[in-house]
Design a protein around this ligand. Structure first.
Ligand SMILES: *Cc1c(COP(=O)(O)O)cnc(C)c1O
Length: 389
């Protein structure tokens, strides 16, 4: 029986050729492909600056640092995300808190955010940075968050790891509203470089700081140097940075992938629409559809509607896995992880995220998924929950 994964990279001959071309070229890293990939990404997302790094975790880390997050800073994010959305604040010595999600969109709830901000204002504990997450590729409510950011004086770093190519209010994600937007190119994401990440921003000073942080904090640019250089060999370390550089091999793969993002996106859209049609009327909650934004469809996550004598999520999950269908669960709420419990969090604090997690299953979705495979997913799910199409 053929195993159907929940996600799968999409690599074509052009991708292979581009990587091989770099392998035979002069530069495997710090060559021309990085800037080329960054320009292509920036153009596609209608934003002036793009900075590519080793992975989105590194991007979130230096994004925090570039925005001035450090010991004593407060950072809020969504509990329904991958660990890295919260860990980045801890790397910088900041404290983390969470804002519960909206049951319909599964993204950070603006209502919960507003209430938490009002309370924090009274307590004198307003956040310095908000990290909303575009869960499954569906953009979060960035316009409302921007209004609140301007009113309460915090920065926004959007975690768009799922949302390469998504759009919100007619504009590409990463092009407006957030101060910095982070993307991931891990192999399961919608565009891949194997491992990889990228930050976009409108602010040239921020982009400059991100480039320094990506590469040891060092510069040869005369504009950055504190002393007149003794010679062309001189570099100065302006701040404490890292080696978070993407290689040219990866950038070449990324640039090649971007050339057919429309095609891959169209296929994900068609498959998501088809899931919607096939699963209509079943005892499931399907992903939200909002007229003012277009999802990148990284994930197609359903929730079992609890009660009514249906089998448990664990039973449905096992039935699908046993039938060779690589379902997954996104996400275990971050605050319930042992590391976060030791920081004082406990189950029950963010009930909407916890209730969503308890019933969630991500179904296979990737451009090469065939309709026959999708039928097999749907039929197996139907047998597990006693529904038919
Ligand atoms: C994948 C992911 C990350 C981390 O991305 P890497 O590139 O693997 O470091 C961060 N946030 C979210 C929401 C993700 O899905």
């Amino acid at each position: 029986m053929e195993f159907i994964p929940y996600s799968c990279q999409n690599i074509d001959d052009a991708d292979v050729d581009e990587v091989v071309r770099v392998l035979r070229s002069e530069f495997l890293t710090q060559g021309p492909m990085i800037a080329q990939f960054e320009r292509a990404f920036a153009e596609l997302h209608q934003v002036p600056h793009a900075v590519a790094v080793t992975n989105a975790t590194a991007a979130l880390h230096i994004g925090c640092l570039a925005l001035g997050i450090g010991p004593g800073s407060r950072v809020w994010t969504s509990p329904n995300s991958f660990l890295a959305s919260a860990n980045c604040a801890l790397y910088c010595g900041a404290s983390v808190d969470f804002v519960d999600i909206d049951a319909h969109t599964r993204n950070m709830s603006v209502t919960a955010l507003r209430a938490k901000l009002e309370h924090a204002e009274c307590e004198g504990t307003l956040p310095h940075l908000l990290i909303p997450v575009d869960f499954s590729g569906l953009p979060a409510d960035l316009r409302e968050m921007r209004e609140l950011a301007d009113r309460y004086g915090f920065a926004i770093m959007e975690d768009a790891s799922h949302a390469t190519g998504a759009s919100y209010l007619g504009r590409p994600v990463g092009s407006a509203w957030a101060d910095v937007t982070v993307f991931s190119f891990h192999a399961v994401k919608v565009v891949t470089t194997g491992e990889g990440g990228l930050l976009t921003t409108h602010d040239p000073a921020l982009a400059h700081r991100l480039r320094l942080l990506r590469s040891h904090g060092m510069s040869r640019d005369p504009a950055d140097l504190e002393q007149a250089p003794e010679g062309p060999w001189v570099y100065e370390q302006c701040l404490l940075g890292f080696n978070f550089r993407l290689t040219d091999l990866q950038a070449a793969l990324g640039a090649s992938q971007l050339r057919r993002i429309d095609q891959m996106q169209a296929r994900r859209n068609a498959l998501a629409d088809r899931y919607d049609r096939l699963l209509e009327g079943w005892p499931l909650r399907l992903p939200a559809r909002l007229p003012d934004r277009r999802s990148a469809w990284h994930l197609y996550a359903v929730e079992l509607v609890p009660g009514g004598g249906l089998p448990s999520r664990a039973e449905v999950f096992a039935a699908l896995r046993n039938a060779g269908i690589g379902v997954n669960v996104h996400y275990i709420p971050i605050h319930t992880q042992p590391h976060y419990r030791r920081l004082g969090f406990s189950a029950g604090q963010f009930p909407v995220a916890e209730a969503y997690y308890a019933q969630a299953i991500s179904l296979p979705l990737f451009p090469a998924l065939s309709e026959a495979q999708q039928d097999r997913v749907v039929d197996t799910l139907g047998r597990a929950i006693g529904a038919r199409r």
